[in-house]
Design a protein around this ligand. Structure first.
Ligand SMILES: Nc1ncnc2c1ncn2[C@@H]1O[C@H](COP(=O)(O)OP(=O)(O)O)[C@@H](O)[C@H]1O
Ligand SMILES: [Mg+2]
Length: 372
């Protein structure tokens, strides 16, 4: 990354009018907002606000902020882009790209409600787009070319979105790491989503990018079968299944699964790290080969058509207008991204990186193959 001298600084106010609650999670709330600019300029964005009870946990906030900085430069079509980290009412919020669409959980629920079965090729296409986003994030380096060691750690149905246009986007990046520091009322560490964890995560070991590959394997298996083979009645039981349940032959569970797809699933879900795909690039290649080797395969357009037929063609986002009565306004002073800030931010990112790499135990080996 280049270091650029500042030509001049623009210091102004950004105002966000909160128009709708999109999702209320355990840790934060995601809203749809209108970012206001000069001359009635309006841009729709998503705003994620940290819940008040977590805002007072310094370790959590430190990680939330650190990770927001870490992902600031992740710019890829298969990753929800972060625009801004701001402060409001004694806490922090992240402004990000608004996805007009649904998460995979909502997508699959809708498929079931409409009594439709997801074609195998589209399941593989969705997983391939996530693999593409992961390959990019995993190989991201700092300005000195050192791998940042980014691991998502929470690749799961709720963190993957499909836009009505057919784009697949991975969200909640990096927050997953902060989640490891979250404590509930009893002071117990709140774990990620047990059903999608890698065995090493479930066993509280140090993880690297291959952990995300296992989780993506669970995502693919779940998309194909319509249920998660590891899901049990409690998170603890699911965790045990992740650690010890023999991975079944997917061909016996669904006749549509052929040898090749079963091999891909087995390799993504290998408990032994030496057997698992070493990186997302290789998984991406095999997924793409699977859907495209015989000629035409699914595209964003194919998926977009399916999305629109499932949810109906919409101009605006789902449920628009439902919370319009209670518009809230977030206002804060912020500098519009100047070149100085970018480089300062990058320095912060680089500083963060060192600790991230150590904490995550990421391999020092360069992952800088192609950036998808
Ligand atoms: N940028 C976005 N645009 C639209 N909806 C989003 C966006 N980010 C998240 N969501 C919705 O909010 C839900 C929770 O977001 P997430 O960032 O995963 O928060 P949490 O920390 O609560 O898991 C997602 O499953 C998705 O449905
Ligand atoms: Mg999430």
């Amino acid at each position: 990354m280049r270091r650029v001298a500042v030509l001049f600084t623009i210091d102004n106010q950004i105002r966000y009018d909160i128009v709708r609650k999109i999702f209320e999670g355990g840790m934060g709330i995601v809203y749809e907002a209108e970012q206001r600019g000069a001359q009635e300029f309006v841009k729709r964005v998503a705003i994620k606000v940290v819940r008040q009870n977590f805002a007072s946990q310094p370790q959590f906030i430190e990680n939330f902020v650190g990770e927001a900085k870490l992902v600031a430069d992740l710019i890829h079509t298969n990753i929800v882009q972060t625009y801004h980290l701001g402060e409001y009412a004694g806490s922090f919020f992240i402004a990000m790209e608004l996805i007009r669409g649904v998460n995979l959980e909502q997508f699959c629920t809708q498929m079931k409600d409409k009594r439709r079965v997801l074609p195998i090729e589209i399941a593989v296409f969705i997983a391939s787009r996530v693999a593409r986003g992961l390959a990019y994030a995993h190989s991201k380096t700092d300005k000195f070319g050192r791998p940042l060691g980014i691991v998502h750690r929470d690749v799961s149905f709720k963190n993957i979105m499909i836009a009505f246009e057919g784009d697949v986007k991975l969200t909640d990046f990096g927050i997953a790491k902060a989640r490891g520091f979250l404590t509930d009322n009893e002071g117990e560490v709140v774990a990620g989503k047990a059903d999608f964890m890698s065995p090493e995560q479930a066993d509280f070991q140090i993880t690297d990018k291959r952990s995300d590959i296992f989780s993506l394997g669970v995502v693919l298996g779940t998309l194909v079968l319509g249920y998660n083979i590891f899901k049990d009645v409690t998170p603890e039981k699911s965790r045990q299944r992740i650690i010890s349940m023999p991975v079944p032959d997917f061909r016996t569970l669904d006749k549509r699964v052929d040898d090749r797809l079963n091999q891909i699933l087995q390799r993504a879900l290998a408990r032994k790290l030496a057997t698992r795909y070493p990186d997302a690039d290789e998984l991406l290649y095999e997924l793409e080969h699977y859907i495209y080797h015989s000629g035409y395969g699914p595209t964003n357009e194919t998926l977009g058509k399916l999305m629109r037929s499932l949810f109906g063609v919409r101009q605006g986002p789902v449920g628009e207008g439902s919370a319009r009565g209670g518009t809230k306004v977030l206002e804060h002073t912020a500098r519009v991204a100047t070149k100085t800030e970018s480089s300062a931010q990058r320095t912060a990112t680089a500083a963060k990186t060192g600790s991230t790499t150590r904490r995550s135990g990421a391999t020092a080996r360069s992952a800088s193959k192609k950036s998808a």
